[in-house]
Design a protein around this ligand. Structure first.
Ligand code: SAH
Ligand code: SF4
Ligand code: F3S
Length: 481
């Protein structure tokens, strides 16, 4: 068994680096009357959001304030995603816009972090065509930010190492975006090598945090008033594999559920081949575990699933799904679907539509297949033309919209307990999410963000529920009780 290296931030080289950057920040503050500021921009999935909270945490530890915009910052960190071409293009275009900021301020430091820069061809591109980028920092070395910054501040030269460590770093300071909703990474990397996916190449092999570290983090969050906690991993169902402690994901979830407090536990993402009945049983028996399962199907065609290297078929998917619904009739099931995978025929696509009709997902994230350099699918013949994928994509969305509306209809007239997220941007209504992760809107009644509210649903739409806050009935008393 390969033991994963476990690093503790703040020891050895990192402690010296943090001290050096802090001294620099203090000198800056004396000269400018304020501390230096860091701006962190995030692309990609929740894992990246969680990583960015660590980047911000480390920046704060080194004496930086967090800036609201790139223009106001002395340090810019762009945390990138490589899952589809569009994500990479957006990141590169934003980095391109920072050129003029560097022209205005020669001392500005720009770092590009995350999944995109783990790919050699992107590193080269940034090194050659983006000379104002000072350093890159891959996904498995984020905790090296202090050392990199200390080096950069003292040597001035660009740092484009690209070394990955794939260790587990504990004690990395985290500056969480929310005072009531938290992300907790329980494992990193992925071993599945689905044939279309770049993640295993940019996040490395699967490795799990120790159960006691995860439990201590969640316990601390609950004690500090966090109410909605999501456990993160590319495939949380392989938590603990290859580790000697013998705690699998179902067991970890059961142990976390035993923590006392008023909080909801969620998790993402699950691979259908590893989702176990025991996990479903733990969810059904849980006090805190949300009745929501995100179970990416990707395709409804057995032929395509095979070519995607997914290791399950329609029948296996339906078997775990039916068990879930039997144990938790109120469970919300959501999914990811890819259309236009190489070789996908009209009949394969019809199979995907028929699975949608059979499963009746509460919500799906759908994507048009995007070839990723170095993955097996990118080299497959029969790449599907854009017009064909586009048409399939539209049909998929139309069918799902009807299914989602039907799935929400039974919720008319029900009471939903939601955690308030504050005012929504567009319409001035309050919004929050219920246990099934559905968005609920209601008129502004002053409920603060982070408070629970019980909403009586009086309108449903495919992507949201609407209602009114249930007033607590106060019975009039005549004073003689
Ligand atoms: N680890 C997670 C998902 C990570 S990526 C899981 O396995 O469920 C999120 C989603 O992006 C995937 O589920 C897939 O639907 C989609 N995706 C991944 N690679 C893609 C590609 N090359 N083109 C289009 N969509 C892709
Ligand atoms: Fe990508 Fe598959 Fe791993 Fe998910 S399970 S991250 S889709 S390789
Ligand atoms: Fe993107 Fe990396 Fe997540 S590629 S989807 S940010 S794991």
């Amino acid at each position: 068994m390969r033991e994963v290296d476990r690093i503790s931030l703040g020891e050895g080289d990192s402690a010296a680096a943090i001290a050096a950057v802090r001294a620099h920040s203090a000198a800056f503050a004396t000269e400018n009357g304020r501390p230096p500021r860091a701006f962190v921009l995030t692309f990609g999935c929740q894992q990246n959001v969680a990583d960015s909270e660590k980047l911000s945490g480390m920046a704060k530890e080194m004496g930086y304030e967090i800036a609201e915009s790139a223009e106001a910052a002395e340090l810019i960190l762009v945390n990138t995603c490589a899952i589809r071409e569009h994500a990479e293009k957006r990141a590169l275009s934003i980095v391109g816009q920072y050129k003029h900021l560097k022209e205005k301020n020669r001392d500005l430091i720009i770092g590009v972090c995350g999944c995109m820069v783990v790919q050699e061809h992107r590193r080269e591109q940034l090194r050659k065509s983006y000379p104002y980028v000072d350093f890159i920092l891959g996904t498995s070395v984020l905790h090296r930010l202090p050392e990199l910054l200390a080096k950069k501040l003292s040597q001035k030269r660009r740092i484009f190492g690209g070394d990955e460590e794939y260790a587990i770093a504990e004690n990395v300071p985290i500056l969480r975006d929310s005072p009531y909703r938290a992300w907790v990474s329980i494992m990193y990397g992925c071993n599945n090598f689905c044939s279309y996916c770049i993640v295993p190449y940019v996040r490395g092999r699967e490795r799990s945090r120790a159960p006691e570290d995860v439990i201590a983090e969640v316990r601390d969050l609950v004690a500090r008033g966090y109410k909605d906690i999501t456990l993160l991993g590319q495939n949380v169902n392989s938590y603990g594999k290859g580790e000697s402690h013998g705690v699998d994901f179902a067991e970890l979830l059961a142990r976390l559920d035993a923590i006392e407090g008023d909080f909801v536990l969620r998790f993402m993402t699950s691979h259908p081949k590893d989702a176990t009945r025991r996990l479903v049983d733990v969810m059904a028996a849980g006090k805190h575990i949300a009745h929501h399962f995100h179970l990416p199907l990707q395709s409804g065609s057995d032929t395509i699933l095979k070519r995607m290297n997914r290791h399950y078929d329609r029948a296996a998917y339906l078997s775990i799904l039916d068990y879930m619904r039997e144990k938790m009739p109120d469970i919300a099931v959501t999914s990811d679907i890819i259309v236009g995978f190489p070789g996908e025929t009209d009949a394969d696509f019809e199979d995907t539509l028929s699975m949608l009709s059979r499963v009746r997902f509460d919500m799906i994230y759908s994507f048009i297949y995007s070839p990723r350099k170095g993955t097996p699918a990118a080299a497959m013949e029969d790449q599907i033309p854009k017009e064909v994928s586009g048409k399939r994509f539209d049909r998929l969305l139309a069918l799902q919209e009807q299914i989602a509306l039907d799935a929400n209809e039974p919720l008319m007239g029900t009471e939903q307990r939601v955690l308030c997220d504050g005012l929504s941007k567009d319409d001035g209504m309050l919004s929050g999410r219920n246990g099934q992760n559905k968005i609920v809107f209601w008129e502004d009644d002053g409920t603060p963000a982070g408070e629970w509210a019980t909403i009586k649903i009086d309108r449903v739409a495919p992507f949201a529920l609407y209602g009114k806050k249930n007033q607590v009935k106060v019975r009039k008393s005549n004073g003689n009780f």
